[in-house]
Design a protein around this ligand. Structure first.
Ligand SMILES: *Cc1c(COP(=O)(O)O)cnc(C)c1O
Ligand SMILES: [Zn+2]
Length: 422
């Protein structure tokens, strides 16, 4: 038995049964899963959660498929790392990195896909499909393989090599579309009406898929000893993750798992080459103007974000901010995180860290806040982005002389004092 009470339109509030529906028949607003929180509160406890699996499924009572055998590769329960060296560089007091590079296919998308495919299988779908900026493709192909389902994945043709290889190796069908993500997404929406028996994780089962992102908030609170942080920085692609992180903290309070009512400021992070939400925030408008993306942060390159408006509203209500950073700053962000904390993130992680740095400089994120940065994808997926910026210190012959000479050159170059007298 699960605790879902139904689906509710985010615009007009009409309710629907928990079926394969994603938009309201009346106003075309997006639907959201609702729960019977009184029953959840009577069942869910810290002890019950702590005795659960070390994955997102420890929070099954607040997921839309608590009664089904999960399609599970072990998504979630990723490290929350105290980042004192990075905090010192940025001028922060208490900073934590939610390290979602540690997920099975290397990104936070495993959270949403594990939930989506579990629900899809329960609803009787045999084929999993998606439009993807790369990480979703990896995750759908992998989880479909795990579930014994077929997969059909559509991606922009110019994605990073690792993301294309990773998607293809799981044995599904991969279509590289000559166009942007927004073109791929439009094609996918058209396909959804042609192929009603396919579960398009980010279209016709999006309502369920989105719920998986709440587990980021659940884990952060549990890992902080059942406390919410003061400020969270979240990267924005479609904007779904950001809205669900807010929902996650609110739900934990609602079912009595937190001691204090959370008051979490949520700030959004975008790349300048695709920053429709940050632009609307800066201009103080409610209108998200679609853009044509041009950035190395391909996993966030959604020019017309489906949940952009909701993300904007969530940010404003929480007292957070939204900013964008250049591609050069993204690379600097990747290197800064790697060099200070030993965590290698993809370009989306660079966007988050660079935006964090910017918001600290602007005085938006304060040194007295307990801050969490969502680092959502692994750096090995986007090594192209670092080409020409990192590499070996020197290439040498296999001799002590060559090593000593190169080491000496390097010392001179970096002005490092010699540790022993000659
Ligand atoms: C998809 C993605 C995001 C953005 O998530 P949305 O829910 O689309 O806003 C962030 N980081 C990574 C690594 C992603 O793959
Ligand atoms: Zn409606």
């Amino acid at each position: 038995m699960d605790f879902v009470s139904g689906l509710r339109c985010r615009e007009c509030g009409r309710t629907y049964p928990a079926e394969a529906l994603h938009v309201c028949d009346y106003c075309f607003g997006p639907l959201e899963v609702t729960y019977d929180y009184r029953r959840v509160a009577a069942t869910m406890s810290r002890e019950r959660i702590e005795a659960g699996p070390r994955s997102i499924w420890r929070y099954a009572d607040l997921l839309p498929v608590a009664d089904a055998a999960p399609v599970d590769l072990g998504a979630g329960f990723t490290p929350l790392v105290r980042a004192d060296r990075l905090a010192a560089e940025l001028g922060l007091g208490e900073l934590w990195i939610k390290d979602d590079t540690a997920n099975p296919t290397g990104s936070f998308k495993d959270r949403v896909v594990s939930v989506a495919l579990t629900k899809a299988r329960q609803l009787g779908f045999k084929i999993a499909a998606c439009a993807s900026t790369g990480n979703l493709a990896n995750s759908v192909a992998a989880h479909a393989a795990r579930a014994g389902m077929e997969s059909v994945v559509l991606i922009p043709h110019d994605l990073e090599t690792a993301k294309i290889t990773m998607t293809s190796v799981y044995g599904g069908r991969v279509f590289a579309v000559e166009g942007s993500y927004d073109d791929v997404n439009r094609l996918c929406a058209e396909l959804t009406s042609e192929q009603p028996t396919w579960a398009f994780v980010n279209v016709n089962v999006r309502t369920y898929y989105a719920e998986g992102s709440k587990t980021l908030a659940f884990e952060v609170a549990e890992q902080l000893g059942w406390q919410a942080p003061d400020h969270v920085v979240v990267p924005i692609g479609s904007g779904s993750q950001l809205t669900k992180v807010a929902k996650g903290f609110a739900e934990l309070w609602q079912v009595g798992l937190l001691d204090e009512e959370p008051s979490v400021r949520i700030s959004g992070a975008q790349a300048e080459g695709c920053s429709p939400v940050a632009t609307a925030f800066a201009e103080g408008t409610d209108v998200i103007r679609p853009v044509k993306p041009d950035t190395i942060a391909k996993s966030l390159a959604i020019g017309n974000p489906a949940d952009g408006w909701y993300a904007l509203e969530t940010i404003r209500k929480s007292g957070g901010s939204c900013a964008s950073v250049t591609d050069a700053e993204v690379i600097e962000g990747i290197r800064l995180l790697a060099r200070t904390e030993g965590i290698f993130a993809e370009t989306a992680g660079g966007v988050t860290i660079a935006t964090l740095a910017k918001l600290v400089t602007e005085g938006v994120i304060r040194p007295d806040e307990r801050v969490v940065a969502m680092v959502t994808g692994h750096g090995l997926k986007t090594v192209e982005a670092l080409a020409g910026t990192v590499g070996p210190t020197a290439t040498i012959a296999p001799t002590l002389e060559a090593f000593a000479a190169a080491m000496g050159d390097e010392r001179e170059r970096t002005n490092e004092p010699t540790t022993r007298s000659a």
